[in-house]
Design a protein around this ligand. Structure first.
Ligand code: MG
Length: 311
């Protein structure tokens, strides 16, 4: 099959920059595109790279789109190399959109709200609770750690857990930015507090064995995120014995068909998460999440507050 190919690079500034242990992120840039088949039916796709997470860069994605030119074939798509994992996702999901794969309308997914880093997280948490009228319902929030000193972050954390509603849960995301003593300190604290759903990627991906040990030593669960950016890395960690949680960002994981196959064949505790896609990628990712994620856990898509406008 040959498709007409049109692509549209975009840029969206965050309302406030996102601070993680990888640095400061101010603008989300990506590419939306359409594939039109011989019957003039259109399928939409999005390429939303996250290079500091191990995906290709926006420039590499743009080069591929330019090389494709005005026409793309199924074979071109199959041959996208696995280094271009965000491109693989974009084209794979555009084909699914084109073939009108049955959409799961009854998503009924609960969202985890991403709070701003540092002290700003306290006010944001209160605002979300008031606005969404969530005061009495169990809600999930996520807060970044490993950005300032641990002493400073623990002080803010102690205030943050007091704001959480009864039954509310908090995820702490270190983005691989802690050292081993800091990771142990956070896990001890989380075990004492009891409302921490999990600590996400406490150490860098090279420290897989240490994280495996930590997951056996503490009651608080550990989730891998940076370690499992692509389906191939997901498989590696699974076969190396990871029994904890897997945060999956489908938009950079590779072909959705591969992710679907892996999740169906292996029983893993998966939390699906956003990479700040526009509504094109979001729709594709939420469809996958509705199909494959663990329904006892909120999906990491409470990120609308991070942009001025819907796109
Ligand atoms: Mg994370």
């Amino acid at each position: 099959m040959i498709y007409k190919f049109d692509f549209y690079p975009y840029q969206r500034r965050f309302r406030q920059p996102l601070k993680t242990s990888h640095g400061i992120w101010k603008t989300r840039a990506g590419i939306n595109f359409s594939l039109t088949n011989e019957m003039d039916k259109i399928g939409w796709g999005e390429i939303a790279p996250l290079p500091w997470f191990g995906s290709e860069s926006l420039e590499q994605a743009l080069t591929l789109c330019q090389q494709f030119g005005a026409r793309v074939t199924d074979e071109d798509i199959t041959q996208i190399p696995q280094e271009l994992s965000a491109c693989q996702f974009g084209f794979g999901s555009a084909l699914e959109d084109l073939s009108s794969r049955v959409e799961n309308k009854d998503k009924n997914l609960s969202y985890s709200y991403l709070l701003p880093t540092g002290e700003a997280g306290l006010e944001a948490c209160q605002q979300i609770l008031q606005r969404e009228n969530l005061g009495r319902s169990p809600t999930t929030f996520k807060w970044k750690i490993g950005v300032s000193s641990i002493e400073e972050e623990v002080k803010i954390f102690t205030r943050l857990i007091k704001i959480l509603p009864i039954g509310g849960k908090l995820r702490l995301d270190a983005n691989g930015g802690l050292n081993l003593p800091e990771a142990k300190k956070w896990l001890e604290l989380a075990d004492r507090v009891g409302t921490i759903e999990f600590i996400e990627q406490p150490l860098s991906p090279e420290c897989f064995d240490l994280m495996l040990n930590l997951s056996a030593d503490y009651a608080t669960a550990i989730a891998l995120d940076e370690s499992v950016a692509t389906v191939r890395q997901l498989e590696d960690c699974y076969y190396q014995g990871w029994k904890g949680i897997y945060v999956i960002k489908p938009a950079i994981a590779g072909f959705p068909q591969h992710l679907r196959r892996f999740c169906r064949e292996h029983s893993i505790d998966a939390v699906f998460s956003s990479v700040f896609e526009t509504k094109v990628g979001r729709k594709a990712v939420l469809n996958l999440a509705a199909e494959l994620s663990n329904r006892d856990r909120a999906v990491g898509f409470g990120v609308n507050d991070w942009f001025e406008n819907e796109l």
